[in-house]
Design a protein around this ligand. Structure first.
Ligand code: AMP
Length: 419
């Protein structure tokens, strides 16, 4: 019986891992420059956490969650996103209380959604997220948006556009919901069953519908941005101003609502126009009510999340040459079994000096081992046979320069280090 990875999942093969390391290194660098700390939260949580935070009427919770019961009958879910867990963690550990500065956190890891797999959409995918917790100021929104922007720029993802919007606060949303409901009810029967139900419970979610008829109908709906209160409007102006100061180019798109319930005020997305339907690389927004809603202190917060697969896909599309991972530097070639002991010791000396080295198969010919060096971009080969053992002089071949030297065995490491 031969097995396959489950539908919607995939393996990251050794020849592809450099792409992941490339983008992960950029994420680590940028988050560190902005003083963000990495955190790691569980891959599964109580199901209720996602129902309450992401929202019961969202596609993610309604249709896409991997849920299960453990042996004690507890209802759990594989995490479909990261912010709910971060907010739960902050509330649970009361993380904000002792700090004056906002808490700056980031994470990366697999997320799980039962959606229809296609290029750029998987059932297990990787997201990284950046969260600034404890500041209600527009500069915090701008900082988060700028970090995402800079990561994409530094990674050289071509033609990224940034779109921002404000989805208001609970007060202005209440007013807006009345207007939106009025609009939706005019053509109520033309919408799909999901939308008709959402109209009652959470009309903003009608904007997430993928059904073409619903999409056409909602196009002329009143926009949240036209209904936001003075405070939200002032905040939005502040975010725009700060982004301008940071020289982060953006456009305002009143249609961005994000598919999760916890967002307040700022919402934004990074997009490209060459990935078809999966054109969103990431997005985020403010979630001022979430931590309190999950039992913590009232704590304003803003964050973003991005999909690593989509960033990699964008780079592959532009035929970007990913830098190779630091690969093997030295192949130690024992000529005959008698040289094995000395070859092992030689390899260990390289490792002590932080130089990557392995031992070649002593049953293969020297010629085929040297060919391996060429093929795998190995810089040096060290040959050890009976003569070398007797003389204490090892043959060091510089593969690229096609040069050869005989070096005292105690000096081989420093010779290679200094070449
Ligand atoms: P969301 O949490 O839905 O706003 O998603 C944030 C980002 O995660 C998206 O812009 C994508 O880059 C990525 N993403 C979301 N769902 C998937 C998925 N099923 N497969 C791959 N990437 C995804």
């Amino acid at each position: 019986m031969k097995y396959q990875a489950p539908r919607g999942t995939y393996d990251i093969l050794p020849e592809d891992i450099q792409k992941w390391h490339y983008i992960e290194n950029i994420i680590r660098k940028l988050t560190s420059l902005y003083n963000y700390y990495e955190v790691r939260v569980p891959i599964f949580e109580q199901l209720d956490l996602f129902k309450r935070s992401v929202g019961e009427d969202t596609d993610i919770v309604e249709k896409e969650m991997y849920t299960f019961k453990d042996k004690k009958g507890r209802e759990l879910a594989l995490r479909p996103e990261g912010t709910a867990s971060i907010a739960r963690m902050v509330a649970e550990h009361n993380l904000q209380s002792s700090k004056k500065e906002p808490l700056r956190l980031w994470y990366e890891g697999p997320m799980f959604r039962y959606s229809r797999p296609q290029k750029g959409r998987y059932r297990q995918f990787y997201q990284f997220g950046v969260e600034c917790i404890g500041s209600s100021k527009p500069i915090a929104d701008a900082e988060i948006i700028a970090i995402g922007w800079q990561i994409l720029q530094e990674a050289k993802v071509p033609d990224v556009s940034l779109e921002i919007n404000s989805v208001g606060c609970p007060e202005c949303r209440e007013q807006y919901n009345i207007l939106l409901k009025e609009f939706l009810y005019k053509d109520k029967d033309k919408y799909c069953a999901d939308c008709r139900r959402r109209m009652e419970q959470n009309p903003l979610r009608v904007f997430d519908c993928k059904n073409n008829t619903c999409r056409q109908l909602i196009k002329n709906a009143p926009r949240m941005l036209d209904s936001i209160c003075d405070k939200c409007s002032e905040h939005f102006e502040g975010v725009k101003k700060n982004l301008e100061m940071m020289k982060v180019p953006f456009t305002v798109n009143p249609e961005i609502v994000r598919g999760l319930d916890y967002y307040t005020k700022t919402a934004f997305e990074y997009k490209v126009n060459y990935l078809g339907a999966q054109d969103a690389l990431g997005g985020g927004g403010r979630y001022d009510g979430l931590i309190e809603y999950l039992g913590g202190k009232q704590t304003p917060a803003v964050g973003l999340s991005m999909g690593l697969e989509r960033i990699i896909l964008s780079l592959e599309k532009s035929e970007f040459l990913f830098p190779e991972d630091n690969n093997l530097k030295v192949l130690v070639i024992p000529i005959g079994t008698a040289a094995l002991q000395a070859s092992i010791e030689m390899m260990q000396e390289f490792h002590k000096a932080d130089i990557s080295a392995i031992i070649a198969d002593e049953s293969s010919s020297v010629g085929s081992n040297l060919k391996l060096c060429d093929k795998n971009n190995v810089s040096f080969a060290v040959l050890i046979g009976d003569n070398e053992l007797k003389s204490g002089l090892y043959v060091v071949k510089d593969i690229k320069k096609k040069a050869q030297s005989e070096i005292k065995k105690e000096e081989v490491v420093s010779f290679i280090k200094n070449t």
